[in-house]
Design a protein around this ligand. Sequence first.
Ligand SMILES: *Cc1c(COP(=O)(O)O)cnc(C)c1O
Length: 346
Amino acid sequence: MAESALTTEELRQRVARLPRIELAHLPTPLEEVPRFADVVGGPRIFIKRDDCTGLLYGGNKTRHNEFLMAEALRRGADVVVWGAGVQSNNCRQTAAACARLGLECRLVLSRSAHRDEIQGNLLLDYLVGAKVEIVDAEIGPELDEVIIKRAEELRGKGRIVYSWDRHEGRPLAAVSYLLCLAEIVDEMQERQLPIDAIYVSSAGATGAGLTLAKAVLGLACPVRLICPIKWPWDTRADMAEIANQVASLLDLPHRLGADDIDATEDYIGPGYGAISEGGMEALDLLARYEGILLDPVYTSKAMAALIDHVRKRQLKAGQNVVFVHTGGTPAVFAYRDELMEAKKGR
Ligand SMILES: *Cc1c(COP(=O)(O)O)cnc(C)c1O
């Protein structure tokens, strides 16, 4: 790859060609967590607070939705059909975006990853006025089928529907994470510190966007993607494809292959949506040493990977690591029993 790197400003100008609406509080803060770093015993750690994007408790999907909902409005949609697990952070943030934009929101939520008690994200879905349907379909292709069916039914009634479509939606979502990396690069430059590694929980658009941005900005450090879920497809090839769709959307010459995606499935633990031992340790330490909450499904497992890499000396004192906190914290209320059980003896 011989393309010359873009500056963060040039990257922002490139992205400014796409329709976008303002939903998130940006830039999010970049906070150092010295007491946590001390107890973990390795590099300096900076947390990019994308859990603070603002809308209904925030998270990475609010960045995504600045581009996705702009597309919904461009198409003249009057109803949005979205879906994922009952404790989906995506659906909670999308329901809030719909409330703000005056769009009807219909959610198809799978109880396959968590029981469907009205708590956490699910409670918030109801409070912002989403119409919720809870189904047994597995998250992934099976649930996608139900979403497509519901969207078709509404179209049959003359509604203009914007619905979650894995193939159409993810490149638009990923664009927003090019901008996130631009923020991180500027913030670390302001501190006059190099970045030695970036960690984030992702098996989709977020990681694809960050990895493409690394190439576009000519960053040398690894962008480590810690997968929260094992998809029934080749995740690395899939993320490279998302990145390449973004690149062509923005007329960028960069093309990534599966080998350019630094992703691991080693920290999923017992499964998607189930808390892991390492994740529980990470959640416990960051909460008690910094007063910052991780979530049980995504960010705690990504932080568990960071801690594990410190212990394996892949990360060392003197280095500067950025952890992208993608949100998800309302889920702690729905995971009360699991969290209190796992906390015993800590
Ligand atoms: C959705 C989500 C992720 C993963 O985002 P992708 O774009 O699918 O990779 C990570 N963390 C949290 C808290 C999420 O809600």
